[in-house]
Design a protein around this ligand. Structure first.
Ligand SMILES: [Zn+2]
Ligand SMILES: [Zn+2]
Length: 231
């Protein structure tokens, strides 16, 4: 039995996934480390028992506390090859703002975060069974080249910024699927969403807002004939 514990942070969501062991998906911004550690302790996960820290992608609002958490927990850190350089340098790579709101977002402009060298850099799917979790990591590029989703055997998935839940970073209408503020490649992003649904995913946990039901994502996807026209 696998369970997902959402951790709402200053700008984004991180997720604790519990099975035979526990893994952390994303680490929020640089100031979110204590909040995450407090949640792990509340959930009865001792610092040294965390099996893995995996990143949905390399942006600073998802990797910001990795260095601190690695120091405290000694857990190995994993990132897809396509985004490894962002983690290693502590710098967001330039991407494409989808709309005016995105261009005005201050957190992305102040883009640096404490760099950390990942222990595991993968290119393809990665089985999470060795880390005590019934599920796997599936590459879902589009938001960034190295974006991945954690797909659990339960039909739940943690998809990072592949999609956003609602507006204003999820403050409004958190259950409404929407494009993320930034995307390297929108066509690839839509393909990744389709592939994820084809895997039978029923519930999508996102980096901002959410969660999203597969049903709503399917309806949203059907309306995206012309992605550039959508706010
Ligand atoms: Zn992002
Ligand atoms: Zn984000």
């Amino acid at each position: 039995m696998t369970s997902i514990v959402p951790i709402r942070l200053s700008l984004s969501n991180a997720y604790l996934v519990r099975g035979e062991r526990a893994i952390l998906v994303d680490t929020g911004s640089a100031k979110d480390g204590e909040r995450i550690l407090a949640t792990l302790r509340q959930q009865g996960v001792p610092d040294r028992k965390l099996a893995l820290i995996v990143h949905t992608h390399g942006h600073g609002d998802h990797c910001g506390s990795t260095r601190q958490l690695k120091e405290v927990t000694s857990a190995p850190t994993a990132v897809h090859h396509g985004d490894a350089e962002m983690l290693t340098s502590g710098q967001n790579r330039a991407t494409i703002a989808r709309n005016l709101t995105a261009r005005l977002l201050p957190w992305f402009v102040e883009a640096s975060f404490p760099p950390v060298r990942p222990d595991i850099v993968f290119q393809d799917e990665l089985n999470l069974q060795p880390f005590g979790i019934a599920g796997r990591i599936v590459p879902t590029p589009g938001h960034t080249a190295g974006s991945i989703s954690v797909v659990l055997d339960s039909g739940e998935a943690i998809v990072g910024d592949l999609l956003m839940g609602g507006y204003l970073g999820g403050i409004l209408g958190a259950g409404r699927p929407n494009y993320p503020y930034f995307a390297d490649d929108l066509g690839q992003l839509l393909t990744s969403v389709r592939e994820l649904l084809a895997l039978g995913v029923r519930r999508l946990y996102v980096g901002h807002g959410g969660p999203l039901s597969a049903e709503r994502v399917r309806c949203w996807l059907a309306r995206q004939a012309s992605p550039s026209s959508t706010f």
